[in-house]
Design a protein around this ligand. Sequence first.
Ligand code: NAG
Ligand code: NAG
Ligand code: NAG
Ligand code: NAG
Ligand code: NAG
Ligand code: NAG
Length: 927
Amino acid sequence: MRLAQTALMAACLGRLVSSQKVISLVGNDWTVHNDNLNISVPARLPSHVHLDLFENQVIGDPYYGLNEFNLRWVVWNNWTYTSAPISGLSTNASTWLQFNGLDTFTSISFCGKHVANTNNQFRQWWYDVSHLLVNCAEKDRILDINFGSAPLIANAIADEPGQETWPYGVQQVYEFTNRWFIRKEQSDFGWDWGPAFAPAGPWQPAYVIQLKANEIHVRNSVVDIYRKNQLNNLPPDQSQPWVVNASMDYFGQLPADPTLCYTVTDANNKTIASGALDHVNYTDSTITGMTTIANDKVDLWWPSQLGPQTLYRLTVDVTSKTDHLASITKRVGFRTIVLNESPISPKQLAQGIAPGNNWHFEVNGHEFYAKGSNFIPPDAFWPRVTVEKMDQLLNSVVDGNQNMLRVWASGAYSPDFLYDLADEKGILLWSEFEFGDALYPVNPDFLDNVREEAEYNVRRVNHHPSLALWAGGNELENLELGILVNQTAPEELPKYTAEYEELFLNVLLPAVFGNSKSISYAPSSTSNGWASLNFSNTIPIIERYFNLTLGSIYGETDFYNYDPVVLYNDSALPVGRFSNEFGYHSMPSLQSWRSQISERDLSFNSSTVFLRDHHFPPGNLNTSNYDNSSIGQAQMTESVEMWYPKPYKTDSIANFSAWCHATQIFQADLYKFEIEFYRRGSGLPERQLGSLYWQLEDIWVAPTWAGIEYDGRWKILHYTAKDIYEHVIISPHFDRATGNLSAWVTSDLWESVKGKASFAWFDWNGKQLDIKTPSCVDFEVGAINSTRVLQTNTTEILNGHDLNNALLRLTVEADGKLPNSETTQKFRHENWFHPAALKDAKLVDPGLEISYSDSTKKFSVEATKGVASWVWLDYPTGTVLNFHSNAFWLVPGEKKEIGYIVKSDTTNGGWIEGVTVQSLWNQTQNE
Ligand SMILES: *[C@@H]1O[C@H](CO)[C@@H](O)[C@H](O)[C@H]1NC(C)=O
Ligand SMILES: *[C@@H]1O[C@H](CO)[C@@H](O)[C@H](O)[C@H]1NC(C)=O
Ligand SMILES: *[C@@H]1O[C@H](CO)[C@@H](O)[C@H](O)[C@H]1NC(C)=O
Ligand SMILES: *[C@@H]1O[C@H](CO)[C@@H](O)[C@H](O)[C@H]1NC(C)=O
Ligand SMILES: *[C@@H]1O[C@H](CO)[C@@H](O)[C@H](O)[C@H]1NC(C)=O
Ligand SMILES: *[C@@H]1O[C@H](CO)[C@@H](O)[C@H](O)[C@H]1NC(C)=O
């Protein structure tokens, strides 16, 4: 025993280099062609057909004008990617092709001979082609990948005899139909915020790999780091040591009795643990081993603003008695993250929490308030999504005080680089399998295909500390089953529920639990959570569905109501433990519109603007379907008309811009109000512990729910969300019917904080009003809790005052500590309350002045004549930046200094000259 151990340790010391040959097919040595159409152009890998056609000027910019519709012909055709002859291959080795992603239906040939067909965008594919190389001359070592038309193939599958059907109205159709039959990004078929290009192409890297006898190639691997005895979905014992489990998927010939050696190094490359993995076992396709690491050897990884993002590097080497066979290196973090859905405990009941079940996240054993938004595909064409662009976007997430993104279920599984960036910045990624707003077939071929896709992706990304959850799909339980099937064909609910469970419990759950003990699984967002969790059952989860007890609270909520009357009326909002989606659409800025539509289309109801509004989706491919988009356009108009001054500028472009701006003010105001409501709930019986609004960013330029436009420019929403996601906030709560007005301080810090809340009434001229409200209140608010600091009634206190000329400024100042920090710091937040709608307000010209200081690199804004509301600093095109603060209010005599972060700039600093400032007052002017 002792000898064997010494031998193993010895094997772990040497780091020999393995001789396997990996030839990357990434690059521009490709051609894409369609011989019937007589088109053949240079191409890249990775790519999509649209991108290569655009680059070679066969088509115009797919995002421009109405090209989404004009380019449908691209989608209806097959396209072949052909490589240059692949050089450097030897014939005395086994030869493999490995594709990390093909979108979607292909027929692959090598050396002119058929290799295989593929039918899933999300799987990795690998093939032994040794036999094809034997009699293949160097000039014929060519790879052809023929891509079929995904919409045509989806339709053909739908038409197969005996194919599954669903009641009318259950399957949500955006543009192309039948997306649920195929494993391709579901939003490629259209969605209510994006275009429908259904692109085809080799969207991920590909390789040729040559192996000699007794060599292997690792094509994928999983590293799982968890607390000893940890079980998915259950809070683990934080005093237990860490278990590190590593498993590699390989092809080739594994020699007998391999050894797995590991090294963990810290950020300074200091080795903190190393040795041989235990319990090594292997099959003809995987090799697995594990070890434990003592608690005190490593520091924890935390999300942004909750502690440091400590990362380590884990290397695992596979060696035989004589050779080094393979090596993987992954950057990892030590943390536990659990979605806790367990029943409310007696201790929680005693804290005033309503009975039912929890539904919140815990990081390293701590509850925290999840603040964030929903991430959608950042482009219709993933191959042009760059690390730089995602780095900028995720910086905006952190700058916006967000700590979690829900990576929504009907795009694509995120690339590793996105998780890498999130690991570094401390952004938790609630990740989802790609199923949404439809029910799915459950025939064995479909399920097998999904199983492979799920195994591959679960294993690929599990090591990232930012991975927070796997959820099965979007809006399945509460919407698809609970409402759509339940209402249209209630007698069929048992059948469709059983099918749903087949896919989301019997196939996807084992893909997670079989590969990871560190990550929780929930079959659907949104749902009422599990009714029971029992690991002695093969499938541990039994879902609750609508088996609810009155007075109890369960699960997560989503909320959409396009009646603008919901603003300032929270009786419409859902009371739950967590909110994963809510929102209202708005127009992008004039600057963004100009980048994708022509000057003559710049008006609110031009046909181009109309047809780029996919809310509500057309539901078909009709290119002149104005009916549904007119509803979405009207909702934005109504929301402005109900609450804010209506722009009426004579200059048509200025008027368009002012209208776009007005829709953004409504959007920001509504989300702020909703987030205040959810955060206040952290101290109410619902113990609400998260709000993720819909949606973080845009896929193109169009009216959508996004807070960040396609090029990275922040809409008003992202600034307002940044403000209302500060740790300590003050917010008004008003009941229009009774006049009851209260104010609340909410904190998401992990220790209680003490401070002062102040109240001051003004008229629009900035004169302080003598209204009976305490001017200053001392308060203490507990950890992740909220407390009422004012309770009054406007009918009483505003008696005799003009409601259209009375404004309340609420300010909070508190001392507290950030989680995992020893330093006490000051937290300050300000909010405004106006009893009447701003459209009726007695706005005055606030006399805004702006200046810039070269020495401090800050703008200075002052209201010289009156109160300025929704003060907005704007900047020209050519630059992407964000100000540290925007969309704020100012009272006369106060100066606000505003810094900024430049994310990209083509104006060589010239943008500073182009910065403008305006407030709501400007919306009332014809200038
Ligand atoms: C188009 O592609 C599909 C899928 O690979 C294939 O089945 C079909 O035969 C192709 N058609 C042509 C004309 O190449
Ligand atoms: C650690 O090693 C990596 C890879 O060899 C290197 O890129 C990095 O600069 C090193 N870091 C430090 C702090 O030495
Ligand atoms: C293989 O190793 C893994 C991890 O070390 C372990 O969970 C599993 O039970 C082992 N399988 C066998 C057949 O020993
Ligand atoms: C929130 O604070 C209130 C008032 O101090 C307290 O009664 C309640 O138990 C706290 N809630 C939690 C979950 O700690
Ligand atoms: C069907 O919908 C009704 C009304 O919303 C609800 O009360 C009931 O629980 C639902 N049933 C199921 C099984 O989802
Ligand atoms: C509903 O839930 C209760 C306990 O939460 C359970 O005892 C009961 O069996 C469930 N009913 C159904 C129809 O699933």
